[in-house]
Design a protein around this ligand. Sequence first.
Ligand SMILES: Nc1ncnc2c1ncn2[C@@H]1O[C@H](COP(=O)(O)OP(=O)(O)OP(=O)(O)O)[C@@H](O)[C@H]1O
Ligand SMILES: [Mg+2]
Length: 231
Amino acid sequence: MNDQPEAGLPGPESGAGPDAGALETALAQKSALLHEIDHRVKNNLQLIASLILLQSRRTADPAARAALKTVLERVAAVATVHRRLFQNDPLSFDVADFIRDLTGDLAASAGRDDLEIALDLDHIAIPAASAAAFALVVNELLGNAVKHAFPPGRRGRVSVRLSNGDGLCRLTIADDGVGLGGQPPGFGLTIVKLLGQQLHADVQVEDAQPGVRATVIVPMTAVPKPDRASP
Ligand SMILES: Nc1ncnc2c1ncn2[C@@H]1O[C@H](COP(=O)(O)OP(=O)(O)OP(=O)(O)O)[C@@H](O)[C@H]1O
Ligand SMILES: [Mg+2]
């Protein structure tokens, strides 16, 4: 091992000399910059959401309004990912915490207190670069269960399991609702397929009699090791 300090960096004996001061200033500038980027991204996402909302309020056609509402939900999912990353470790993303956030929001916004959403989640950190894709997949699959599985008046249960083993992150979202009923994939399931490819994931959405079971298996090869991911 080379014990010599690297060129330009203060050695252990230098204490709080001028170099240490310069380092502290540089660090403060970097964190101010990070803070500023966080604010700008948040504001821009908020601006996009407001534009979509305003457009939907001026849209008379119910189908177009519904489409704009789902776009708004997708943007909200990306905004949640951003908020979580910047509140915590900006390099890794805790999927379990995100799912907990999302299910709370979904149940509330759907106004369905007759639906039970059961969570069984291991804490799994994925790299920040995969976070938005993974979050959008979860958003579509959970959204489908809440929107399509239970017609008004039908009570039901959606169970969400997240586990980690053999280098794979496994997500299962299962409902006991009406099932796919032979319906072809729409835009939502097409997004799930495309994002699944981006994540190198194996994605299955199938009838489970009763209901629908969606399984997403993502290889964890690029996930930071626990000693790096945890503080
Ligand atoms: N969990 C589910 N239970 C019952 N039917 C489902 C479920 N998930 C999907 N479906 C059926 O599959 C169809 C296609 O789903 P998909 O998510 O691709 O489109 P969508 O939800 O109709 O529209 P979008 O997601 O673009 O807003 C749905 O319209 C619905 O009929
Ligand atoms: Mg959908």
